[in-house]
Design a protein around this ligand. Structure first.
Ligand code: ZN
Ligand code: ZN
Length: 142
């Protein structure tokens, strides 16, 4: 069974095999880049993400995507500043948040939900008040 798709990256038509939505060429290039980043980090374990990007001519977003996908993990000691926690900016090895923040993110979501339900009831009050005000404005406009 053949399934033909347009490559998400280069737009070329290719035989879709059911895994990645990119063509063989782009997949090979992506894998090659990934390998280069990995090898570079083995040799330069203190390298920053910007250094890697500059040296290998791979975009910072791309390298970060490898890290966030968990495909790449920073090796060596915590001298590596390649990825920052999205919340506090602390350097982390993989994922999106540091250990502390991933704990806090959960409680953040909870309090955000609490706040939301709190403001929802408040909003209902103001909408009710605004409703009568709007009538007034309408009259004034005409
Ligand atoms: Zn392609
Ligand atoms: Zn953090």
């Amino acid at each position: 069974m053949l399934d033909v798709k347009n490559c998400k990256k280069c737009g070329k038509i290719f035989n879709y095999t059911g895994d990645t939505p990119i063509c063989q060429n782009c997949k090979a290039a992506d894998d090659a880049d990934f390998k280069r980043v990995k090898e570079y980090l083995y040799d330069h374990s203190g390298a920053s993400i910007f250094q890697v990007s500059k040296e290998l001519e791979i975009s910072v977003q791309r390298i970060k995507a490898y890290l966030r996908e968990g495909r790449l993990e920073i090796v060596g000691d915590d001298g590596n500043m390649i990825l920052e926690c999205e919340r506090c900016g602390k350097s982390i090895k993989s994922g999106r948040f540091c250990a502390e923040c991933s704990k806090n993110v959960v409680s953040d979501i909870k309090s955000a939900v609490n706040k939301m339900s709190g403001s929802l009831t408040k909003e209902n009050d103001t909408t009710a008040k605004r409703g009568s005000g709007m009538k007034y404005l309408h009259k004034d406009d005409k």
